[in-house]
Design a protein around this ligand. Structure first.
Ligand code: GLN
Length: 391
């Protein structure tokens, strides 16, 4: 395919689509791609339907509907005290992945180094490479997937233009502490770097933990592009409504990338998300409690079955260490799991470009009890088979 761009021509299909297709084909329980069973808040969905029938269905403004931009600023000022100005510091995109793509395109020039933290969401690296960026990897250290000062010293240089950082972290399900964020901020300031911070899981945090936006760390307000996702907040992943927050001089340039990527986003969905973001604190507490309950149900039973479950502090995901099962290849394990046992999961090695951890598998627990129980019954068969092989 010498006529096509070599970066895209050389890419495999994204693991999310591969596993969801396998799940459909094999009629397996899909705990792979991260989407909840929950249909999302009815008032928000009704508002979207009503706006299609009775509202404006022509191009909305490029930056997003004013009502949604106001709601974004109000929402994140309420929960994270960011002091955002709606008209100069917020923008609506067609999904958080578009927001990340716009940010990378707006920041990175050919030859610039970009620090990426592995395991990383699979879109980051190809987007950086397509922008001509040179990736510098930090390998997060299990089980808490932290990084050290030495790790950052090795990755940052005078050529570093940007970092792409994800917190709370997919696929690992961890939340970064103030100390880790302060260390990262120190390097961003010292090397004069833009931080593209993917915070799409910020509302999906458990056990009373709190999320600290990187933008709120000292020296970061004017150099952070914060990316959020209404799909994740409202269990409406197919809507693809991303939100970007950044200082005006950064936002102006990110908006130029957005205007020639998707330009704008369905207006009915924007109105509906504006309604959702205005919900009272109780809504968000209840939503969290419900996902936490599903996490606990899944993890408790997995632990009973003898799986080595790693802690999940946030996101829709929990990871399982398969090394104690005598497994050495997560990709091969996930193929066997879906084909022989009927459960789709995601091998974490798919989130690495080099030196992967190959014995960790990600499960999505954001499901109805009956979906989780159906998967657990199948996983029980695998656990029993493992036990009899060891015996
Ligand atoms: N964010 C979702 C996940 O991690 C997948 C998104 C996608 O399929 N593009 O599972």
């Amino acid at each position: 395919m010498h006529l096509m761009n070599s970066i895209y021509a050389g890419l495999p299909n994204t693991i999310f689509d591969v596993m969801s297709n396998l799940a459909r084909e094999l009629n397996a329980v899909n705990l792979g791609q991260g989407f909840p069973d929950d249909p999302g808040p009815e008032d928000v969905r009704r508002k979207a339907a009503d706006e299609v029938l009775n509202g404006w269905n022509q191009y909305p403004p490029m930056m997003g509907l004013p009502i949604l931009r106001q709601a974004i600023a109000d929402h994140f000022n309420r929960f994270q005290n960011l002091g955002l100005d709606p008209m100069t510091e917020t923008m609506v995109t067609s999904g958080a992945t578009e927001a990340i793509a716009d940010s990378i395109l707006a920041v990175v020039e050919p030859g610039d180094e970009v620090v990426l933290f592995q395991p990383m969401y699979d879109a980051y690296l190809p987007l950086v490479q397509r922008a001509g960026g040179v990736p510098k990897f930090v390998n997060l250290r299990p089980p808490h997937w932290d990084f050290t000062r030495e790790d950052l010293e090795k990755a940052f240089s005078t050529k570093t233009r940007a970092i792409v950082f994800n917190n709370p972290h997919n696929p690992c399900g961890v939340i970064y502490s103030r100390e880790q964020l302060a260390l990262l901020a120190e390097f961003c300031v010292k090397f004069d770097v833009i931080a593209i911070c993917d915070e799409v899981w910020e509302h999906l945090i458990f056990d009373g933990k709190s999320h600290i936006p990187l933008m709120a760390m000292p020296g970061m307000r004017g150099r952070t592009i914060k990316v959020s996702s209404a799909g994740k907040i409202f269990s409406l992943t197919g809507w693809k409504i991303g939100m970007v927050m950044a200082a005006p001089e950064i936002m102006r340039v990110v908006a130029k990338a957005h205007q020639f990527t998707t330009f704008t986003t369905a207006p009915n969905l924007q109105s509906a998300v504006a309604l959702g973001l205005g919900k009272d604190d109780d809504y968000f507490r209840t939503m969290r409690a419900s996902f936490q309950r599903s996490r606990d149900r899944f993890c408790a039973r997995m632990t009973e079955l003898g799986f080595s479950v790693m802690p999940s502090e946030g996101t829709y995901f929990v990871t399982v260490d398969i090394a104690p099962l005598g497994e050495a290849d997560d990709a091969e394990f996930c193929q066997r799991l879906v084909r022989e046992y009927g459960v789709a999961a995601i091998p974490v090695s798919a989130f690495y470009a080099q030196d992967p951890v190959k014995t960790v598998v990600r499960f999505c627990f954001a499901k109805k009890d009956e979906t989780l129980d159906a998967a657990l019954a199948k996983l029980e068969k695998l656990a029993a088979r493992q036990r009899s092989e060891v015996a």
